[in-house]
Ligand binder design. Structure first.
Ligand code: PMP
Ligand code: GLN
Length: 379
């Protein structure tokens, strides 16, 4: 194994999903919905295939999708983007993150990330030769301490890799938190790469892209994808938007990673954004109910669980169940109870995640209820 990947374990999502299949457990681990997105969008993909959209599309994405994305950012957030120089389509948000890091980070550059961090951030920063520095979102309410954030900046800091709404904690960064990050980014001339894949899945607090704050549009690359907003995670259609220099750097790396992204799915993504603009709102309303069901169910079983403001994940601390090792708890839960969850140890550099686990509630009502029943029976 190359040094680039040294010490990076296989992604926990693959491990836990395989364990769930092997044991027949209800899988509240990996975050993917068990119902597909809109039928009209599925049909748009089939139509695009039948109509011959089956060869390499342009590397940066098909024009109709880039235009639809520019319109989405304008209509939703008032962000004005040139579809041809300020929008790039990627193979999932995962590729956008990797391409942005590879295109913008030099060996030795420091990248600030919130802890817990999504596992691909650590891997891609390391692959680029960058150095990860973490700033904690502290349990139980997972808020940011602006002073702690400021203290993490050094002369080598190049970028902040932000994630709001935040996986796994469900934190939606507040106006004050975003302003504090903005002040630091401007003061130290930092790039902000903002992963906003859960942009449409917020319950009480609305999502604000940091790119909309004064002084930020020119230094922020905003990343999102179709997967979460339209329940099409297996399509892996994502994108990055922002100032021309950041988009161009992302594209420079993307062209050597995948060159381009599946053509019929790009056509269907454009259709989704233009013709099903309110679908994510219905998804959000349903997830809101499922969140309340799961969180109150877990708390009722004596498993202390926070109420996420966004995303489709909830975090529990298993200490009160008598477990000091959340990793062992999660790895044995499928056998013990027939339910799978994700241990959060691997999303931390500190030991703050040692007793935390994450549950996904993007599942049918009876699946959520079934998981709670199994947990209730398990002791
Ligand atoms: N970022 C975050 C925070 C995520 O939770 C995920 C998982 N979907 C991704 C990026 C990856 O998104 P995609 O499936 O579009 O690559
Ligand atoms: N983003 C989803 C999660 O956090 C899926 C991750 C993945 O499959 N890489 O569970």
């Amino acid at each position: 194994l190359s040094q680039r990947l040294h010490g990076i374990p296989p992604t926990i999502f693959t491990e836990i999903s395989a364990l769930a299949v092997r044991t027949g457990a209800v899988n509240l681990g990996q975050g993917f919905p068990d119902e597909d997105g809109p039928a009209t969008v599925l049909e748009a993909a089939a139509r695009a295939m039948r109509d011959g959209a089956n060869q390499y599309p342009p590397g940066p994405g098909i024009p109709v999708l880039r235009e639809a994305l520019a319109r989405h950012q304008q209509r939703t957030y008032g962000l004005e983007l040139d579809p041809f120089s300020q929008v790039v389509v990627t193979t999932g948000a995962t590729e956008a993150i990797a391409a942005a890091i590879l295109g913008l980070i030099n060996p030795g550059d420091e990248v600030l990330v919130l802890e817990p961090y999504y596992d691909s951030y650590a891997a891609t920063i390391q692959m680029a030769g960058g150095v990860r520095r973490t700033v904690p979102l502290r349990a139980p309410d997972f808020r940011l301490d602006p002073q702690e954030f400021a203290a993490a900046v050094t002369p080598r800091t190049k970028a902040i890799l932000l994630n709001t709404p935040h996986n796994p904690t469900g934190t939606v960064l507040s106006a004050d938190e975003l302003r504090a990050i903005r002040d630091l980014a401007v003061a130290h001339d930092l790039i902000v790469i903002s992963d906003e894949v859960y942009e449409h899945l917020t319950y009480e607090t609305p999502h604000t892209p940091i790119a909309t704050l004064p002084g930020m549009a020119e230094r922020t690359l905003t990343i999102s994808s179709l997967g979460k907003s339209y329940s099409l995670t297996g399509w892996k259609v994502g994108w990055a938007t922002g100032p021309q220099h950041l988009v161009a750097a992302t594209l420079s790396a993307k062209q050597w990673l995948t060159f381009t992204t599946a053509s019929p799915l790009q056509h269907a993504a454009a259709y989704a954004l233009d013709s099903e603009p309110t679908w994510p709102d219905h998804l959000r309303d349903e997830l809101h109910e499922k969140r309340d069901r799961l969180v109150s169910g877990l708390n009722g079983l004596g498993i202390p669980t926070t109420t996420p403001q966004g995303t489709y994940f909830a975090v529990s601390d298993v200490r009160t169940l008598g477990w000091s090792d959340g990793d062992a708890f999660a790895r044995t839960l499928p056998d013990r109870a027939g339910v799978a969850c994700i241990p959060l140890k691997g999303f931390h550099d500190s030991d703050a995640g040692a007793t935390l686990v994450r549950w996904a509630f993007c599942k049918k009502y009876d699946v959520v209820d079934g998981a709670l029943e199994r947990l209730a029976r398990a002791d």
